[in-house]
Design a protein around this ligand. Structure first.
Ligand SMILES: [Cu+2]
Length: 70
């Protein structure tokens, strides 16, 4: 089973930031697809809710230096 989640993330300013977000999320078990856009301040994630949570994904993004809006 796969859930989709779109987070509003601030602090991404270029393609390098998008790549950084994708890289850290690729280490989260259960995350299958990530689309990050600094132009729209969004990160869309496909994930298995049996393996991870919105909270785990958000805290991983924040640990990389970006802010996730509630
Ligand atoms: Cu950047």
């Amino acid at each position: 089973m796969t859930d989709e989640l779109t987070l509003t993330v601030t602090g991404m300013t270029c393609g390098g930031c998008e790549s950084a977000v994708k890289r850290v999320l690729s280490t989260v078990p259960g995350v299958s697809r990530v689309h990050a856009s600094h132009a729209t301040n969004t990160v869309a994630v496909s994930f298995d809710p049996a393996q991870t949570t919105r909270q785990a994904i958000a805290s991983r993004i924040e640990s990389a230096g970006y802010r996730v809006q509630a």
